[in-house]
Ligand binder design. Sequence first.
Ligand SMILES: Cc1cc2nc3c(=O)[nH]c(=O)nc-3n(C[C@H](O)[C@H](O)[C@H](O)COP(=O)(O)O)c2cc1C
Length: 164
Amino acid sequence: MDAYRAVVDKRDQRIFLERPIPDATLERILQAGRMTGSSKNREPNRFVVVRERAKVAAIAALGPQARWVAAAAAVVVIVQTERHDYDAGRCAQNMMVVAWGDGVGSCPAHVDETQLGALLRVPAGLHVNRLIAFGYIDPARAMPPRSVARRRLPLDELAHYEQW
Ligand SMILES: Cc1cc2nc3c(=O)[nH]c(=O)nc-3n(C[C@H](O)[C@H](O)[C@H](O)COP(=O)(O)O)c2cc1C
């Protein structure tokens, strides 16, 4: 899959098959996160990888918008040594795009950061950013919830050339 297709065809997935992600594939996903550039190359991002079923379920229970996370094969939580949303977003998207290129679906989710940090024993002074749920998908059930139907604004509404 070329980079364009991996980005343009990627849609967030919330229904996962009960199939583990091989260690080598998970490592490629984490390498994509690791190699992400950051502001002044300060590398604020750290990862907590969760695969234990009970812990994945406990994470899913932390927020009403994250119930579907319970079926994820792996959850990666981005924790930052200093808050920098842009760096976290780049890192998250790189991991999700590489995962998609390897046939693994994903979706970010937001839960209460304080509760998530406590559950994962994140030391004080670090900042829990977002979590990303990863898993193989059944293409026949890959539809998004109606409330977030995959629309995108047309490009001519988004892009301005030479001036606004
Ligand atoms: C920062 C961030 C947080 C998100 N949090 C949630 C969430 O808590 N629950 C959820 O179901 N989707 C969540 N999403 C997924 C968005 O709903 C999704 O990216 C958007 O609807 C586009 O979906 P599509 O890829 O199907 O077009 C989040 C996305 C981002 C970027």
